[in-house]
Design a protein around this ligand. Structure first.
Ligand SMILES: [Zn+2]
Ligand SMILES: [Zn+2]
Length: 256
């Protein structure tokens, strides 16, 4: 069956078209991003369907046992994602979040009720391209870079790099802001490496801008982010809350 190859060819067309639209968009004319998002989401859907069809061409039908396949609807993006998961090929949580975000944006565009932040869309497309490259490499799927046509190559490379660029800027900003003793750490919110530093009684991520409260442990007096601590005095109505870090808590529990 050639169906699987058709899917790949269409995916590649959509991918290149998306990249062309990104290339067309400018500061003053962000409209092409709208079409970039439409084409790009379509490309991922076709690409994922193609991978499913590689396992067996009939699997792209919701009911492969149907007596009238021509009338059967085919699977969607999330079916394909679940299929990969069932095959122990998992996309990361971050990638799934980006996929949900861009699918929502796509749906909103289709219903003419969208407001688009072009930078956010471009960054999401960049992150997804990088994530898809990784996913394809890990699973020996088609090499995405090989699908990119010559006139789209520059945009493709810039997009895949833009995330790196932003991360680099965030790490540099974290380093500059870091007055503390410790090196910048991995953000507990967005997972970006070396972007989180202490600022007063908070930890701040210079990539996602999340702030996490810091407390001093009643036992060891080290400061830890709230997510790694427990409340020690739980009496209601007390103005002052004491916190204990997980290490000290475990220590106390072990010695009880
Ligand atoms: Zn962060
Ligand atoms: Zn402690």
């Amino acid at each position: 069956m050639t169906q699987s190859l058709d899917l790949l060819e269409n995916a590649s067309d959509s991918l290149n078209e998306a990249l062309r639209r990104v290339g067309d968009a400018t500061h003053l004319n962000p409209r092409p991003y709208k079409f970039a998002v439409l084409h790009f989401t379509h490309a991922i859907e076709l690409l994922f369907k193609h991978h499913v069809a590689q396992a067996h061409p009939l699997l792209i039908y919701r009911n492969p046992f149907s007596k009238n396949l021509a009338k059967e609807s085919t699977i969607g993006l999330w079916d394909a994602v679940q299929f990969f998961k069932n095959e122990q090929r998992e996309l990361t949580e971050e990638t799934l979040a980006d996929l949900r975000w861009i699918k929502d944006l796509r749906n909103n565009i289709e219903h003419f009720k969208f407001e688009m932040d072009p930078l956010a869309a471009r960054l999401a497309i960049g992150r997804l391209i990088r994530a898809l490259n990784e996913f394809h490499e890990e699973n020996d799927f088609t090499d995405l870079a090989g699908l990119i046509e010559r006139d789209c190559r520059a945009t493709y490379e810039k997009l895949a790099d833009e995330y790196k660029q932003r991360l680099f800027e965030a790490q540099r900003s974290a380093e500059l802001a870091n007055s503390g003793r410790d090196d910048p750490q991995t953000c507990l919110s967005c997972g970006s490496p070396k972007t989180m530093v202490a600022a007063g009684n908070k930890l701040k991520c210079h990539f996602c801008n999340d702030e996490l409260a810091l407390h001093e442990c009643v036992r060891c007096t080290e400061r830890y982010p709230e997510v790694l601590m427990r409340v020690w005095n739980d009496d209601n109505g007390r103005a002052h809350r004491d916190w204990i870090c997980d290490f000290c808590y475990d220590h106390i529990i072990d010695h009880d």
